[in-house]
Design a protein around this ligand. Structure first.
Ligand code: IMP
Length: 447
């Protein structure tokens, strides 16, 4: 390992997902050998631009776009076989050689069509007030089956269980009775042919990528290869630490790596927390700094804040230093990446939430439960905005003074240095400080 290389690193979201992790991972992947997904499934969405070409990835790690990088889908990821198959096909059609560069864990669970049916039906039953606002990709029901054990289906089962199809059809019939009670007896996700098709795609088309990824990563690290972990979703959607129950069903932060990738926590050298210069959230749940007004609409428009996975308009608000500081603490962030600095250009003043007010008290840690969180009001400090175009800035120092002061305020509030700033969607519109600058230059991408 060269002196300046930061070593095995985790890129994770500090908010409710959609922070721009895909762009960061894609960029840093040039300096790494393996990019590893360890949590979530097709609920995640990365948009990566290479020149005029747009790539939307849900299951494949963003690093798959780099020549020479091995993309690993770890045991903690839940994999929807038809989705993975079509992502592979789309990249192959663009000349990206997926076969040599993908490893899929034999311990990863399959998302089945009945999981998606259950996700849709249980959300519909909850009504607008209580529904989680999931991506309906079957994530929660699949993780529930994994925890229930007898109803989980793993890639290893696909390879080795003699009567897997019979077992899956028995699970399906049990699920049909349960979902009939929710009015879903005819849901397409309960179609036998669909369910068997998923198992067969896994067996006939995906098994070529399946291996023990824990051994693969262990050996790779021992041989001096560098690992980049790509957290899906965001810390505030973490099953344990997020805004429960309005969360996803996995461990989204660096803490998820030990279980979800099977790589010991002692290996990690760097933890890069990614946030936007403001906040967004999709789906339900409390959002203390939400701006349900013209300012929020303007952020949405300027930042093109619509979901990659579902196309839903994202809820927008000012930067929340309380929530972000909490996430940085939980994830042990050594560095910050602040994305969308350009989106805030043109605002006369820019707000930052520096504390919550809850029942007449000022608090600096988010409460654990939604009842109390919903009572919190943001204490907003305003900083002068920046009018100039920042997209062409070549360094942090060449940003307008006001933008620099704003970034410093985020660093002060979170206690973490911002070593990456994004000022536009292109790879080139990213301002890197050390340790990334020299190592990314050294591993400059070929794609
Ligand atoms: P699920 O992960 O589909 O079960 O959705 C649970 C909650 O997490 C919902 O509010 C989703 O909108 C949200 N969510 C899950 N993944 C992402 C993501 O990658 N970005 C943003 N929100 C997400």
């Amino acid at each position: 390992m060269t002196k300046t290389h930061p070593g095995h690193c985790c890129v994770f979201g500090l908010m409710w997902g959609d922070e721009g992790k895909g762009k960061v991972v894609d960029l840093l992947a040039g300096a790494y050998d393996c990019v590893v997904r360890y949590n979530g499934g097709a609920n995640a969405g990365h948009t990566v631009w290479i020149g005029p070409e747009k790539f939307a990835l849900h299951l494949l790690p963003a690093g798959i776009l780099r020549t020479g990088v091995v993309a690993v889908i770890g045991p903690g990821v839940v994999v929807d076989p038809p989705t993975l198959r079509s992502e592979i096909a789309a990249l192959q059609a663009r000349g990206i050689a997926v076969a040599e560069h993908l490893r899929l864990s034999n311990r990863a669970h399959l998302v089945m069509p009945y999981h998606k049916a259950e996700d849709r039906l249980s959300e519909a039953r909850m009504g607008d007030e209580r529904k989680i606002g999931t991506t309906t990709r079957g994530i929660g029901p699949c993780y529930a089956d994994k925890a229930r054990r007898s109803t989980g289906v793993r890639f290893d089962d696909v390879l080795h269980e003699p009567n897997l199809e019979d077992r899956v059809l028995r699970i399906l019939e049990d699920r049909r009775s349960a979902l009939a009670a929710l009015g879903g007896a005819d849901d397409p996700g309960l179609d036998r042919a669909e369910v068997l098709a998923s198992v067969r795609i896994a067996r006939d088309e995906l098994s070529q990528y399946v291996c023990d990824t824990t051994r693969y990563l262990f050996d790779a690290a021992r041989q001096g290869r560098r690992l980049l972990f790509e957290g899906a979703n965001g810390m505030l959607l973490d099953l344990d630490h997020g805004t429960y129950p309005f969360v996803t069903s996995s461990s989204t932060g660096p803490g998820g790596i030990a279980g979800g990738a099977g790589v010991p926590p002692t290996m990690l050298r760097r933890t890069l927390g990614v946030t936007k210069a403001y906040s967004t959230r999709v789906g339900g749940g409390p959002f203390v700094t939400e701006l349900a007004d013209e300012t929020g609409d303007r952020i949405r428009k300027q930042g093109n804040e619509y979901g990659t996975t579902t196309g839903r308009p994202r809820r927008c608000g000012w930067f929340d230093a309380v929530a972000c500081g909490y996430s940085a603490r939980l994830g042990g962030a050594t560095d910050l990446a602040i994305m969308h600095v350009d989106t805030l250009a043109g605002f006369e003043r820019v707000g930052m939430c520096v504390a919550y007010e809850c029942r007449g008290r000022k608090i600096e840690d988010p409460p654990a439960g939604v009842a109390e969180l919903s009572r919190c009001r943001p204490v907003i400090e305003y900083l002068p905005g920046w009018g100039e175009e920042v997209r062409s800035a070549a360094s942090r120092e060449s940003l307008p003074d006001q933008a620099q002061r704003y970034i410093e305020a985020i660093e002060r509030r979170t206690g973490v240095a911002a070593t990456i700033l994004s000022v536009g969607p292109e790879r080139s519109q990213t301002l890197l400080s050390e340790p990334w600058r020299s190592c990314v230059a050294a591993g400059e991408p070929t794609s």
